[in-house]
Design a binder for this molecule. Sequence first.
Ligand SMILES: C[S@@+](CC[C@H](N)C(=O)[O-])C[C@H]1O[C@@H](n2cnc3c(N)ncnc32)[C@H](O)[C@@H]1O
Length: 244
Amino acid sequence: MLGLSHRNGKYYYSIFLHPVSRVMKSERFIKNFNLIDNRTSVLDYGSGDGPYKHMLKTYFDNYVSADFEVTNAHHSVRPDIYINDDQTINVEDESYSCVVISEVLEHVYKPHVALNEINRVLVSGGYVVGTVPFFMWEHEKPYDFHRYTYFGLKRMFEENGFEIVKLDYVGDIVGVSTYCFSKLCSVFLKPFRLIKPLHFILKTIVRIPSILYYALVKISFVKSFLRKYFGEYPFGFVFVLKKN
Ligand SMILES: C[S@@+](CC[C@H](N)C(=O)[O-])C[C@H]1O[C@@H](n2cnc3c(N)ncnc32)[C@H](O)[C@@H]1O
């Protein structure tokens, strides 16, 4: 699967190649960097395959990736530094103007401890930009511990010394249903994996409901209607936090 695409200075995941949940969460996540005024240095906490590395290197003067060794072993890219078992990292206080935490908090057994550490390494007035899933099957097993609600996230962020600049729902049950449909169908497509062109065509066909949903969400009336009546079952959340 291709990673984050880049065209005319814009970064995005293609709806034709990636799950709609990833496409929509990352779209909002990337937009949130418009709110960050201090672009000195960024720490990518839980960097995995580093999908945002290129983008963050263009946005910030200095980029450092950090990951948990045991889970990073299943990813294709090694980080600049490892996160210790107790969630600490060997860097001085107030080292970064921004910390990115994308699809990581569900894997952290003690999220309060990690947020406290992120707070420590941020400069005063520094930002955290992140995403977290709400609807997502168990993944990176057995290191998948939590699904958070809006209210759980809000309380957890505030209790760890952050002001919430943004905490937004992304998606709704209509989107989640299209996502489940394509996921369910992909099980039946497995026997076709060896015939690559046919497999690609079939995979695109089962994505059609997600693609249509994504196109509809671009119409703001439909978006607010979906959010109002179906919004309590989102793909997940995007957030921007500021260190108090
Ligand atoms: C779903 S991947 C997300 C990777 C990347 N941030 C992205 O957006 O694609 C989850 C990441 O969390 C990391 N991780 C797992 N347990 C962790 C922990 N306790 N503390 C920090 N990161 C952890 C994994 O190594 C992995 O890189």
